[in-house]
Design a protein around this ligand. Structure first.
Ligand SMILES: [Ca+2]
Ligand SMILES: [Ca+2]
Length: 409
């Protein structure tokens, strides 16, 4: 311990008897990454993620770290729990593909969704946040599924419901990267459609076609975003009543703020569904965040092919990746009222988010951990081509529904 730290510790004891040696350095360890090969990701030197003692997050800017410590952290030290540099984050890459010989809704059929719908279970009453790029809320199959914020009057420049965000009627954008103009994104719109495209208004059958979508944008149109904006978008999703958060993104460095944000979501009983990533690597060995967090309220999803094998490009991991779900040649909604085929673990994760919405709508009293258990304990394992995931299988929502009905009276 150097002299400065000893002095500040002494001051702490004498001046603030209850502050347990808190200092600007302990709440903001500037090399704050865990010791891991995945600790990379460009730091934004003038933007900071602040977690407050009440668990909430804000992002703040300053000229540099020294100024931030002196002018922001030290005067409010008692109320600050943790600070990180904000960092660059990215969508899980997904690619558009052309159609060949397969059924357009092969994924929905493979996981047994029609058998659940036939029981009157469509995801009604469950809100799923798409924390992603901008969702095209005007798409005819998405518009009826958007969880509008009824306390907000759209486009009047006023924060009518006083939640801190102006005009968040359809959802909210947390994009501090420059150059964002909210052009609807194929990625966000495709993900939203897999979860809840309203099958009454077009050809796409969302897995939970009566669930509601909360669009929470943090990715700019160029595909870039920041960790701090992702944390704010997740926090917003929780405040709007999301039960499930779909996170089809990764590449985050292993900073404490992201893990802390997941812990806060866990406390609120929210399930987070995370794409495993598309680098064809084992995330047990080469961690990817948030895919590798393995939180109690988290399901990390690899991508299954049409032939029910693991795709060649999907990340995997017998410890940290939980299940596989359809991720190849997925047809869903894209901007312009259109549809397109895309593939990636970005498409596999929303199959699990939709399945969780179905399970939850059948048993609204279930906890996030119980919904996770129902999905993980009911996978299909095909002998001869086990998926390299913890459950060794691909999700089956028909079986998951039976499981939750046994688990939760
Ligand atoms: Ca508002
Ligand atoms: Ca307004």
């Amino acid at each position: 311990m150097d002299v400065q730290k000893i002095l500040s510790a002494v001051a702490c004891v004498f001046v603030f008897a209850a502050c347990s040696q808190k200092s600007a350095e302990t709440v903001f360890p500037e090399n704050g990454a865990l010791d891991s090969s995945a600790c990379r990701g460009q730091a934004l030197e003038n933007k900071f993620i602040v977690q407050w003692e009440d668990g909430s997050f804000t992002t703040e800017t300053a000229a540099n770290a020294e100024e931030f410590k002196e002018k922001f952290i030290k005067p409010q030290l008692e109320n600050i729990k943790h600070v990180d540099y904000d960092r660059v984050i990215q969508l899980q890459r997904s690619s558009e593909v052309s159609a060949t010989a397969f059924t357009d809704s092969w994924g929905q059929q493979r996981i047994g969704a029609p058998a659940v719908w036939s029981q009157g279970v469509y995801g009604q009453g469950v809100k799923v946040a798409v924390v992603d790029a901008y969702v095209d809320v005007s798409h005819p199959q998405l518009l009826p599924r958007i969880a509008v914020n009824t306390g907000e009057i759209p486009n009047n420049g006023i924060d009518d419901d006083k939640n801190g965000i102006v005009d968040d009627y359809y959802g909210a954008a947390f994009v501090s990267q420059p150059g964002n103009n909210q052009t609807p994104s194929s990625h966000g719109s495709h993900v939203a459609g897999v979860i809840a495209a309203d099958s009454r208004y077009g050809s796409i059958e969302g897995v939970a076609p009566q669930a509601q979508i909360i669009p929470a944008q943090f990715i700019a149109n160029d595909g870039g975003g920041s960790l701090g904006d992702a944390v704010l978008a997740m926090q917003y999703s929780a405040s709007r009543g999301a039960k499930i958060i779909n996170a089809s993104w990764g590449g985050a460095p292993c900073v404490a703020s992201l893990r802390n944000a997941f812990v806060e979501l866990e406390k609120k009983g929210i399930l987070v569904v995370v794409a495993a990533g598309n680098d064809g690597r084992d995330v047990d060995v080469y961690p990817e965040f948030p895919a590798s967090f393995n939180m109690a309220n988290q399901i990390t999803v690899a991508a299954a092919s049409v032939s029910d094998f693991m795709t060649s490009w999907s990340n995997s991991g017998f410890s940290l990746v939980h299940v596989a779900a359809p991720g190849e040649r997925i047809l869903s909604t894209v901007p312009g009222g259109s549809t397109a085929y895309m593939e990636g673990t970005s498409m596999a994760a929303p199959f699990v988010s939709g399945a969780a919405a179905l399970v939850w709508s059948a048993k609204p009293t279930a906890t996030a951990v119980q919904v996770k258990e129902a999905i993980l304990k009911s996978v299909d394992v095909s002998s001869g081509h086990e998926f390299k995931v913890n459950t060794r299988g691909r999700i089956n929502v028909e079986k998951a529904l039976q499981y939750i009905q046994q688990l939760v009276p």
